[in-house]
Design a protein around this ligand. Sequence first.
Ligand code: NAD
Ligand code: ZN
Length: 245
Amino acid sequence: MHYGPAMHEVATLLRDAKHVVVFTGAGISAESGVPTYRSGSDGLWSRQNMERYANPRGYQRHLDDAYAWYRARAKGVSEVEPNAGHHAIARLETLVDRCDVITQNVDNLHFRAGSRGTIELHGSLREFRCDGCGFRVGWESAPDSPRCACGDVIRPGVVMFEEMLPEAAFSAARDAAVECDVLISVGTSNQVWPARELPALAQASGAAVVIVNPDLTEQPEGRGVHQIAGLAGVVLPALLQMAWP
Ligand code: NAD
Ligand code: ZN
C-alpha cells in the first residue's frame, strides 16, 4: 500500500499529539453500506424524499409517510455494522491524551464501535421525541402513530434541514477545533457549513489538518493541510498501525 509521504508525516503528528479531533461525515459509514448523501444510490435517501421529509414543513405535511421514512432509516442503520474506520477511531481515543470525535452522521455507528461522548452535530436516529411534552423513546420502541397523546407530533432526534444545530454541541465542536493539535476530517465533502468551518478553524489556530477521502476535489489545502486519498476503512487503521506499531 502506498500513499506517499503524507501517511508517514501524519502518523508522526498523531503519535506526538496531545489533543486530536476526528471530524466525520457520511463517507466514514459508506463502507458499512450506509449510502452517502451524494451517492444517491439509495431509494430511501432520494432527492424527492429529502425534499418531502427532511425539513420541518415537509415532515408535518407528510406526517405518516415521513415518520415511517425515518423509522425505516433508523432500522436500516441498526442493521449494518461499524467498519474498520469507526473501530480505528474508537481505538485512537484510547491512544492519545484527548480525542474528541465530532460527527455529522446520524447513524450511531461511532457509538456502536465503542466511541463515547461523540459530538453529534446533526443528532441521531437512535431516539425519537415529542417537543410538545418531552416524551423520548428509543427508535425500536417508537409508537406506530406519530401523533403524540399530548396533541403534538413525534419526530426523529435528528436535525432537519432549516433547523438550528444543537447549540451546546456546536460550541463544543468549535472549541475542540480551536484547541486541538491535529484535526482529521474523514469522509466529508467539507463543502457545506458547518463542515467547512471546523477544519478552517483548526487550520487558523495552527493545528495540522488531515483530510482522508478518496475524492480530494475542493478539499481544504494550504499551510498545515495533509491530504490522504483513500478509503476511511483502509487509511485510518493503516495510520494507527504506523503511529503505534
Ligand atoms: P456527503 O455525502 O456530502 O459527502 C460524503 C463524502 O464522503 C464525499 O466527500 C466522499 O468522497 C466521501 N467518501 C465516500 N466514501 C468514502 C470512504 N469509504 N472513506 C472516506 N470518504 C468517503 O456527506 P457529508 O459531507 O457528511 O454531508 C452530507 C450530509 O448528509 C451530512 O449533513 C450528514 O449528516 C448527512 N448524511 C448522514 C449519513 C449518515 O448518518 N451515515 C448518511 C448520508 C447523509
Ligand atoms: Zn407529546
